[in-house]
Design a protein around this ligand. Structure first.
Ligand code: ADP
Ligand code: MG
Length: 618
């Protein structure tokens, strides 16, 4: 039989390797930035065009390369960083596989200019799809400039797979953050389509974090420091009150290299236990130093996962270090993240201690008024109380005593749209709902012809608001309330960029922005229902939800923003609703297109028919 095994030509092998190393423009950015750092650069410039699809360029002032090295650097397994196998266990550089440049040159148009300090003339090389187009001597500054153009030009399937420029830019920005946070002493500049996104001078860790994430970040940071034989830890955690609903600013660096570690993440979250709500996450910037021999980072060229020799000790040390910092900086005792601590007390006790004994006069009681929206009248309470054989109806009496007037936290709905009847075909008996009551500050109960409906107040309100925002944004006529004094808020550059991207949607929902520049914005109008004091928090949430989401089409953006707003603004479990509000909410709910489910696909109400009830009595 004839021999059939052939060695793959280099350019094919390189293309295959490129599949592993280069997933998207952000992977190229990471490799080039790391090479610049390994070259000892003190200033690094990153230049991007069209989400990196047209151009990714990194310019450094590092050690540069000789003409021969310049040519060799594009060969596979060409590296200056290890010479023998043992070197692998003592790595102080980012690269070592000698794969990145060869891979990138196989799938893009690459142009490099480089010069070591000691030489007068530098080298200029152009390579397209592994083919050298030219190499010549050139006059160029000390250091290296590497320009990668038309990524995946020869692999259309990969090129088509790339996301929108915005999404690719977001991935690049994430990568940039990681590298810039790990190397605060190096100055970074980042330009996108000619605009400067970041200008980070050489600085300490704290200032680097603040320069990237905005001046507001400074007050949030609590320093962390610990030194043990196993690990040295330094960095910052964010104060518990700044915990976010979404994951965002969470960074681990091991020996100045960004890593992901669900295990260590858990250690930090565990240290925050009891200090933040279970559905929110602390921010952290933690720099760990360990003996390079005790970790394995070489699993995969692009993987950010690490294996540790002694995971359990690391976990315990990290957790107690973070705990210690929280305590030391007096963060723990001064916690006040729960708006209404009474909510944790059983209802009955709360009521007894909260309401001083007094004669309650129902000021709004009008004996001549038809009870269209029955305010809790003394008569109805005294009727309910004696009949209360079980705790639940006892509760009803208590609840109504806590009506809107004595409850500072209670809220009112605008009830402009009492339009629909509850269910089709039952119009004779139920026009708009007129009688409701609230149980456990969580559910609203009302009757229908066939029995009763129990409505989750928070989900119902989410549904109502969600549809309202969706509608406003499609007809572009969100109703705004003008603020008396314009609000000036500051954000980080990347947050401002995100804000610009969603600006149109926010405006259609009812926000009015005067200017969005540098690191600050001026808000002059907000949607109805949004309280002035909440604007910053809400914009924070909108931006971070938008940033988390990786999708291109604008409908999903509107959808996700409407969901966020609805969730943020909806009444919560635990809020007392006065009767008029309950009625308005119920009627608004049943005027919705999809009243059955919340925007997050949870059931909004259940019905219990008379039949169901009858069965219980058998
Ligand atoms: P690795 O970084 O794993 O060694 P690369 O393919 O990324 O592999 O780079 C190959 C070699 O090219 C490096 O080992 C280094 O010697 C040289 N090199 C790459 N980029 C630069 C740069 N910006 N400045 C100086 N030398 C560089
Ligand atoms: Mg490299």
């Amino acid at each position: 039989m004839a021999d059939i095994i052939k060695l793959l030509p280099d350019h094919v092998a390189n293309q295959i390797a490129a599949g592993e190393v280069v997933q998207r423009p952000a992977s190229v950015v990471k490799e080039l930035l790391e090479n610049a750092i390994d070259a000892g650069a003190t200033t690094i410039k990153l230049i991007i065009k069209e989400g990196g699809k047209i151009l990714i360029q990194v310019v450094d002032d590092g050690m540069g390369m000789s003409a021969t090295d310049a040519r060799l650097s594009f060969e596979r397994h060409a590296t200056s960083k290890i010479q023998k196998a043992e070197d692998l266990f003592n790595l102080n550089t980012k690269g070592f596989r000698g794969e990145a440049l060869a891979s990138i040159a196989a799938i893009a148009h690459v142009e490099m200019q480089t010069r070591p300090e000691t030489e007068e003339l530098g080298t200029h090389i152009k390579i397209e799809g592994s083919k050298i187009i030219f190499q010549e001597a050139s006059v160029t500054p000390k250091g290296t400039s590497m320009a990668v153009k038309n990524l995946f030009f020869n692999i259309p399937a990969r090129r088509n797979f790339l996301k929108s420029n915005q999404v690719e830019l977001r991935h690049i920005t994430d990568e940039f953050h990681r590298v810039a946070l790990a190397h605060p002493s190096i100055a970074f500049h980042f330009y996108n389509n000619g605009n400067e996104l970041f200008n980070l001078p050489s600085d300490n860790y704290r200032k680097r974090i603040v320069n990237i994430f905005g001046s507001r970040t400074n007050q949030k940071l609590v320093p962390v420091e610990e030194e043990t034989p196993i690990v040295k830890i330094k960095g910052f955690i964010t104060k518990p009150e700044f915990a976010k609903k979404s994951r965002g600013e969470q960074f681990f660096f091991i020996n100045n290299r960004f890593i992901k570690s669900p295990y260590l993440h858990h250690a930090v979250v565990a240290a925050f236990e009891g200090l933040i709500k279970s559905d929110s996450y602390p921010g952290y910037f933690l720099y760990l130093e360990v003996d390079p021999g005790s970790i394995d980072i070489n699993i995969h060229p692009t993987k950010t996962e690490v294996k540790f020799d002694d995971e359990h000790s690391l976990y315990a040390i990290l957790r107690s270090t973070v705990k210690h910092s929280l305590g030391q900086f007096n963060v723990a005792p001064a916690l006040d993240f729960e708006h209404d601590p009474n909510l944790q007390t059983p209802y009955e006790f709360k009521n007894k201690s909260a309401v001083p004994p007094k004669v309650t006069v129902d000021a709004g009681f009008n004996p001549f008024q038809e009870s269209k929206s029955p305010s809790p009248s003394p008569a109805s309470r005294s009727y309910q109380k004696p009949s209360s054989g079980n705790w639940e109806s006892l509760y009803v009496g208590l609840e109504s005593k806590m009506g809107a007037d004595d409850e500072p936290g209670s809220i009112s709905f605008e009830s402009d749209t009492i339009t629909g009847s509850i269910f089709e075909g039952e119009k004779e008996t139920t026009e708009a709902v007129t009688t409701t009551f609230q149980i456990r500050r969580k559910y609203i109960v009302t009757t229908i012809k066939s029995g009763m409906v129990v409505i989750d107040q928070s989900r119902a309100h989410q549904r109502v608001l969600y549809e309202k925002f969706l509608k406003n944004s499609t007809v572009k006529q969100g109703v705004s309330q003008q603020l008396l004094f314009p609000l000036h808020l500051s954000f980080s550059k990347s947050e401002i960029n995100a804000l610009k991207e969603i600006q149109d949607i926010l405006v259609s929902i009812g926000f009015i922005f005067e200017n969005i520049e540098g690191e600050s914005i001026t808000v002059t109008g907000v949607p109805l229902l949004v309280a002035e004091s909440e604007v910053g928090m809400i914009l924070d949430q909108l931006i971070s939800d938008y940033q988390q989401e990786v999708t291109d089409d604008s409908f999903s953006h509107t959808d996700i923003l409407s969901k966020t707003l609805a969730k943020t603004l909806a009444v919560k479990t635990g809020e007392t609703l006065d009767n008029a509000s309950q009625i308005a909410l119920v009627n608004d709910l049943f005027a919705c297109k999809e009243s059955m489910v919340s925007p997050f696909n949870k059931p909004v109400y259940i019905t219990i028919t008379e039949n169901d009830i009858d069965k219980k009595f058998i």
